[in-house]
Design a binder for this molecule. Structure first.
Ligand code: SF4
Ligand code: SF4
Length: 123
C-alpha cells in the first residue's frame, strides 16, 4: 500500500469540517481498527490478527508518531475511510456519522414543517 501523504488532511464528514484535534478526539482508542482485515464476498472480514505495534493491554499504538513509516498497511482515518465502511463496528467515528446524519435529518424536517409540509420528491 502506498504511504499516506504528509500534506495536511481536511477532515470533512457530510459537510462538517473538523480540526485535527477535533477529529482525533472522536477516536475512542479502542484499537479495533488495528487488526488485519480482508475483503470477502460479504464485505470486510476481521482476521483477528493484531498489528505488531498494537499494545494488547492499553489498545494503543506503540509507534503512533511513525506508524506510516513502520507499518505500510496502516491507513490514516479520514472521512473517506469512515464512509467506506472499512472501520469496525465498535469504531466511534460511526457514532459521529450517525449523530450528524440524525442532526441533519432534524434540521431538514424542521425546515419542511415551516414550509407547511410541502415537498418535491427527488427523482
Ligand atoms: S501501526 Fe497503525 S495499525 Fe499498527 S497499531 Fe499503530 S495505528 Fe494500529
Ligand atoms: S476503531 Fe475507530 S475508535 Fe477505535 S481506535 Fe480505530 S479509529 Fe479509533
Amino acid at each position: 500500500m502506498a504511504k499516506p501523504s504528509r500534506l495536511p488532511v481536511v477532515h470533512e464528514l457530510l459537510g462538517r469540517v473538523y480540526t485535527d484535534t477535533e477529529w482525533e478526539a472522536l477516536c475512542n482508542r479502542c484499537g479495533a481498527c488495528c487488526y488485519e482485515s480482508r475483503w470477502t464476498d460479504t464485505g470486510w472480514e476481521d482476521t483477528g490478527v493484531p498489528c505488531e505495534y498494537l499494545d494488547a493491554e492499553s489498545k494503543l499504538c506503540g509507534a503512533y508518531g511513525k506508524r506510516f513509516d513502520v507499518e505500510p498497511d496502516c491507513i490514516r482515518v479520514t472521512a473517506s475511510v469512515v464512509l467506506s465502511g472499512i472501520l469496525p463496528p465498535e469504531c466511534s467515528y460511526h457514532d459521529e456519522l450517525a449523530r450528524i446524519t440524525e442532526e441533519d435529518q432534524e434540521i431538514y424536517e424542521r425546515r419542511e414543517q415551516r414550509k407547511g409540509g410541502r415537498r418535491r420528491t427527488p427523482r
